[in-house]
Design a protein around this ligand. Structure first.
Ligand code: IPM
Ligand code: MG
Length: 371
């Protein structure tokens, strides 16, 4: 299989975690006789520094012509505390989502027994948690009309949804539910918001086509609470853009480390894969960030190419590192391994150089071991 992948390393820890995912993709390609070619493009604070534009036209062009995009992270503290900044890194990502019509953001939330002690939730609440969030990504308040009055004393963000925008992501979510535990929860604020009432109406209509899927509805404030109280109850959560942004960060801590969660954004053409963590500027360049979010995003990319066996192998390798204590500083602040070491271990495993039954004590690390 021959595929063209656009790589956007982005800001902060983006470049170093993305490089590990590329190592793993290269191991998959070599092992399976595939050919992945990479085109490196700019976006975010990095692009502003180099070109003055958070999303240069060449990046949009390359992304539109690619089979998939692997993206690192976006954001820089110098923009976060300056509400007057006219050009912001995040504008790049939002524009890319819109240009590629990436209307569905998919964020799986799983738990790992080896990391249970890091989760803020009790072990018995964590057992068997496995759900997936479908977040609408190109509509709602993120993309509504934005205005500030001439004297600067009033600001407005409009929130609009159309039936068509809701339907297209709803079908994806229902189809996914069918392949899982056949439960779908719509999260909205239908007791207050008109857009939420439209979401409810559309989902009630579509549900008739998916009789085998059990549908329920939760207000977002209650959902935020239920995710912590009883996360096991969820299978597929479907929600609008901003609620999805907030709930997916909340859900990410369940697994024990934000550094672990991957995501896929899909739409009509090329799909984009990125870890859900941010740019973590304090760790940038130190080789300490957790590359698993990026590596597991690469696994989602492989699934997108229908390379399911290979994707499974990458997940197996990631689990193997966790089970054997090959973990980064966010997981074990004392006995930790470097970002690049984890990338090497996982690519070696995927390339068949490490047998699955071998344990930590029998592995001699070539470099960067600091314990
Ligand atoms: C995310 C991020 C983005 C969002 C930011 C960086 C614009 O938080 O992907 O969840 O709000 O969508
Ligand atoms: Mg977010």
């Amino acid at each position: 299989m021959q595929k063209n992948i656009v790589v956007i390393e982005g800001d902060g820890i983006g470049p170093e975690v993305t490089r590990q995912a590329i190592k793993v993709l290269n191991a998959v390609a070599e092992h399976g006789g595939h050919e992945f070619t990479y085109k490196y493009c700019l976006m975010g604070a990095d692009a502003i520094d180099k070109t003055g534009n958070p999303l240069p036209d060449e990046t949009i062009e390359a992304a539109l012509n690619s089979d998939a995009i692997l993206f690192g992270a976006i954001g820089h503290p110098k923009y976060d505390n300056d509400p007057t900044a006219k050009v912001r890194p995040e504008q790049g990502l939002l524009k890319l989502r819109k240009s590629l019509q990436l209307f569905a953001n998919i964020r799986p939330v799983a738990t790992y027994p080896a990391l249970q002690h890091l989760s803020p939730l009790k072990a018995k609440v964590l057992e068997g948690v496995d759900f997936i969030i479908f977040r609408e990504l190109t509509g709602g308040i993120y993309f509504g009309k934005k205005e500030t009055s001439a004297d600067g004393s009033q600001a407005t963000d409009d929130c609009t949804y159309t039936r068509e925008e809701i339907e297209r992501i709803a079908h994806l979510a229902f189809r996914q539910a069918r392949q899982r535990k056949k439960r779908l929860t719509l999260v909205d604020k239908a007791n207050v918001l008109e857009t939420s009432r439209l979401w409810r109406k559309v989902i009630q209509d579509i549900a008739k086509e998916y009789n085998d899927v059990k549908v329920d509805f939760l207000f977002v404030d209650n959902a935020a609470m239920q995710i912590i109280l009883n996360p096991k109850q969820f299978d597929v959560i479907l929600t609008e853009n901003m609620f999805g942004d907030i709930l997916s960060d909340e859900a990410s801590v369940i697994s024990g480390s934000l550094g672990l969660l991957p995501s896929a954004s899909i739409g009509k053409g090329a799909a984009l894969f990125e870890p859900i963590h941010g740019s973590y500027p304090q760790a940038a360049g130190k080789d300490i960030a957790n590359p698993l979010g990026s590596i597991l995003s690469a696994a989602m990319l492989l699934d997108h190419f229908s390379l399911h066996k290979e994707a499974g192998r990458v997940r197996e390798a990631a689990n193997w590192t966790l089970q054997n204590g090959f973990v980064t500083k966010d997981i074990d602040p004392v006995n930790f391994y470097f970002t690049s070491t984890i990338g090497e271990l996982i690519s070696d495993y995927v390339g068949g150089k490490i047998p699955g039954d071998i344990h930590k004590e029998n592995i001699e690390l070539r470099k960067s071991t600091i314990i």
